[in-house]
Design a protein around this ligand. Structure first.
Ligand code: SF4
Length: 281
């Protein structure tokens, strides 16, 4: 892994595309990602296409992330701007190196002092539970949602599509720990990968929200990036083509609605920003 410490010019990026429906900023404490999921749409974005080093083999650590955040939120507050943050859209905020680098932890510490209005943590790493103490403090000051990606409940499928990412059982255990600690949680089935019939039952009682997204509509280009990444071919080669249909999100929503009230299920393209106030209060 080619790892560099960098000083970022800014840390809050104005929300665009699918996030621009309630989120106002994305926040990426790192550039690059050690998890290197095969389906990752960032592989097809300029940050990677012109990089020269393969995705998953480089990581920039934004060492001044917390300092930037402090400066930027103070300015935004003066302008009375809503600060609804999605962390993160082009990396995972809990990279393996976060254990020692503490970039995300320092950001959260700063957020406790200068809270946003809303924070969604998006990760697939059980390391997120390390920061339970900070989520507990932060939720007293703003809305916090910890969203754990669980694309499937099958470890064999996870190994096929994302062999370097944390195991599914570890993610489910982390989700339970967060939920038991009173943190609002979301299970992000994104992208939907083949799962067992028990999947909704496994998540029942662990996740306040379910988020459903698929490779053919959730890659920011209506499936074109996923196609360029060879996803339809990989599904076909493994005999999984029935899981690569354009209406998969609707079928999965229907299936999950037998366990989860529809109010608690959010589906790609319909609603990205969670309605925490309506669903929890
Ligand atoms: S964890 Fe997220 S950012 Fe990292 S490779 Fe996987 S999909 Fe991409």
């Amino acid at each position: 892994m080619e790892t560099n410490e960098i000083l970022a010019k800014k840390i809050l990026t104005e929300a665009k595309g699918y996030l621009d429906s309630g989120f106002t900023y994305s926040l990426n404490p790192y550039s690059g990602c050690a998890f290197a999921c095969k389906y990752c749409y960032v592989r097809e974005m300029p940050i990677q296409r012109f990089k020269g080093t393969p995705w998953g083999e480089w990581l920039d650590i934004k060492t001044n992330a917390a300092e930037n955040y402090q400066n930027e939120i103070i300015k935004l507050r003066k302008k009375n701007k809503p600060v609804n943050i999605f962390m993160s859209s082009a990396t995972d905020p809990y990279q393996p190196i976060e254990r020692t680098a503490n970039i995300t932890r320092m950001l959260l510490e700063e957020m406790v002092e200068n809270p946003p209005d809303f924070l969604q943590i998006q990760t697939r790493s059980p390391l997120v539970t390390r920061d339970l103490d900070l989520f507990a403090k932060l939720k007293e000051k703003c809305e916090v949602l910890v969203s754990m990606t669980v694309e499937t409940d099958r470890e064999d499928i996870k190994q096929l599509f994302a062999p370097y990412s944390p195991g599914i059982q570890l993610r489910i255990k982390a989700l339970k720990e967060l939920h038991d600690a009173g943190i609002h949680t979301q299970a992000s089935i994104s992208p939907v990968l083949p799962f067992t019939p028990d999947f909704p039952k496994i998540l029942d009682g662990l996740a306040d929200h379910i988020w459903i997204d698929t490779l053919s509509i959730g890659d920011g280009s209506m499936g074109k990036r996923s196609e360029r990444l060879g996803m339809p071919d990989l599904f076909e080669e493994k005999g999984l083509s029935k899981w690569y249909r354009k209406d998969l999100h609707l079928m999965v929503e229907k299936y999950f609605s037998t366990y989860f009230h529809r109010e608690r299920i959010r589906v790609s393209q319909k609603e990205v920003f969670p309605k925490l106030k309506q669903t929890f209060r």
